[in-house]
Ligand binder design. Structure first.
Ligand code: NAP
Length: 305
């Protein structure tokens, strides 16, 4: 008698047109059938639509890459930010629990106020200083209340080939402007959307699909590239690498002017210290997190190709 064919797991991705969502379509594909849903296919501001879509697909794994990420807009568009970042996350958690699915959700360094002088660990006190940060924290809390089998991956300074981000903006400005002024007193680790998606797939594969579900280490994990820099250091790296790889720039990469955050006011406050301590994810899952420059170079190789 031939062996029965193994059941192919279904992995459902929301926000599949975002930076991370786009990369998840690739990284999750060796694990099973990926159902990639953009806003048109599953609008997270519509609770009934979320429930209908999840009950239709009955996924083994739900990866929520959708979010209201417009930090400055969120300051005035509060209701919509909470609908997507908090209410919808609670619904995803309820449906995941009912289906017995694993829920993977992303959160942010913006749940912290940035006043701490060392990198933030998962156990450090949260205190968001923006509507976006508050709404993302409410999403984390919604998951904790419903208590599905869930992983919350907090990340920072995300940049991917698909979507808008700081690295692409610096490249654009560096190509058109002789003088560039960038904030030098805000610190974090630029993290590639591809790295986030790859680590997500590694964890899902190791701990859930091919492991013992009962031993699965759920909870909050910090996921960011290794090392740290300021926005000014990040911009300098982008332009130096671009110049070395043939980009025609108007800005001298070594002459980007460093300014203070208070000289570049934005509607939403950002944490001065966005550094995340990644010891827990590295030790729990045996994940190697490369230096942030690797992710920037990988992104620029694609953008400049
Ligand atoms: N970007 C960062 O620097 C950063 C930093 C820390 C943490 N994070 C977190 O990392 C995760 C992924 O972020 P990202 O950078 O990939 O974000 P992103 O590029 O802005 O993508 C977010 C996606 O969510 C979708 N979306 C927004 N509202 C929606 C709705 N009502 N229904 C369905 N989809 C909706 C967007 O759809 P449209 O394409 O239609 O707009 C977009 O495709 C998020 O949880 C974010 O909070 C991001």
């Amino acid at each position: 008698m031939p062996d029965k064919a193994p059941r192919i797991p279904t992995l459902l991705v929301t926000g599949s047109n975002g930076q991370v969502g786009f990369e998840l379509r690739r990284s999750l594909s060796p694990l099973g059938q990926v159902v990639a849903l953009d806003r048109g296919a599953c609008d997270l501001s519509r609770p009934e639509e979320i429930r209908r879509v999840l009950r239709e697909h009955r996924p083994d794994v739900i990866v929520n890459a959708a979010a209201y990420t417009g930090m400055d807009n969120a300051e005035t568009d509060i209701e919509n930010a909470y609908a997507v970042n908090a209410t919808a996350v609670g619904i995803l958690a309820e449906e995941a629990r009912a289906l017995g699915s694993l829920l993977v959700h992303y959160s942010t360094d913006c749940v912290f106020d940035g006043c701490q002088t060392s990198p933030y660990a998962e156990t450090d006190a949260v205190n968001p200083i923006s509507v976006y940060g508050k709404s993302k924290l409410a999403g984390e809390q919604a998951i904790a209340e419903v208590a599905p089998t869930a992983l919350i991956l907090r990340t920072s300074w995300v940049a991917g080939i698909h979507g808008n981000n700081f690295a692409k903006r610096m490249l654009r400005l560096g190509s058109t402007q002789a003088v560039l002024r960038v904030v030098g007193d805000r610190f974090g680790a630029p993290t590639g959307a591809a790295l986030i998606a790859d680590v997500t797939a590694q964890i899902v594969a190791r701990a859930w699909l091919h492991g013992d579900g009962s031993a699965f280490a759920t909870g909050i994990y910090h996921l960011a590239a290794a090392g740290e820099t300021s926005w000014h250091g990040y911009a300098s790296e982008v332009l130096r690498y671009a110049a070395a790889h043939g980009a025609a720039l108007k800005t001298n990469p070594d002459r980007i002017e460093e300014i203070a955050a208070c000289d570049y006011p934005l509607p939403a406050q950002r944490p001065a210290n966005a550094r995340l301590d990644t010891t827990k994810i590295r030790q729990t899952f045996g994940i190697y997190l490369p230096d942030w420059r690797k992710g920037v170079h990988h992104l620029l190789d694609q953008v400049l190709a």
